[in-house]
Write a protein that binds this ligand. Structure first.
Ligand SMILES: Cc1cc2nc3c(=O)[nH]c(=O)nc-3n(C[C@H](O)[C@H](O)[C@H](O)COP(=O)(O)O)c2cc1C
Length: 120
C-alpha cells in the first residue's frame, strides 16, 4: 500500500500505468534518496543526477542499484477523504492545502533481491 499526494510527478506515472515498483536501497544511498525526496522529476532528470540506473522490465521500471524490488500491480485506488480523518489537527497539520493523498493498493507480483548485496 502506498500513498501519493496529487502534486507529485510520480503520481502521473502511477495513474497511467498498471504496475508500479517499490525499491529498497541500502544505507549507502541515503544521500541520493534524500535528494529524490526533495526535488521533483518534473523539473529535472533527478534519477540521472542521483546516478541511478532505471531498468525497464516486468511492466514497470525500477533501479538496478536496489537491493530489493517489489513489482506490483495496482488493485485499488482511492483518494483519502477529509471526512475520514478522526482528528481535525491531523488535517490542519498535514494538509493545509487540503491536498489529500491517494492510496494505491498493489498486489506483489515479483520480488527481486540482489544476491551480491542483499543475501550475501
Ligand atoms: C523520506 C521521504 C519519504 C517520502 N514519502 C512520500 C510518500 O509516501 N508519498 C508522497 O506523496 N511523497 C513522499 N515524499 C515526498 C516526495 O518524495 C517529494 O515531494 C518528491 O519531490 C516528489 O518527486 P516527484 O514530483 O518527482 O514525484 C517523501 C519524501 C521523503 C524525503
Amino acid at each position: 500500500m502506498i500513498y501519493i499526494r496529487p502534486s507529485r510527478y510520480t503520481k502521473e506515472f502511477l495513474d497511467k500505468e498498471a504496475r508500479f515498483s517499490l525499491c529498497v536501497m541500502d544505507a549507502s544511498f541515503r544521500k541520493q534518496m534524500a535528494y529524490l525526496g526533495s526535488v521533483s522529476g518534473r523539473n529535472e532528470n533527478k534519477i540521472a543526477k542521483a546516478g541511478l540506473t532505471p531498468v525497464y522490465a516486468d511492466g514497470t521500471v525500477y533501479f538496478a542499484e536496489a537491493k530489493l524490488v517489489l513489482v506490483c500491480t495496482k488493485l485499488y485506488v482511492s483518494e483519502l477523504k477529509e471526512s475520514g480523518f478522526l482528528y481535525r489537527e491531523i488535517i490542519d497539520k498535514n494538509y493545509p492545502l487540503r491536498d489529500y493523498h491517494t492510496m494505491y493498493v498493489g498486489r506483489i507480483e515479483k520480488v527481486l533481491a540482489r544476491d551480491d548485496e542483499y543475501l550475501g
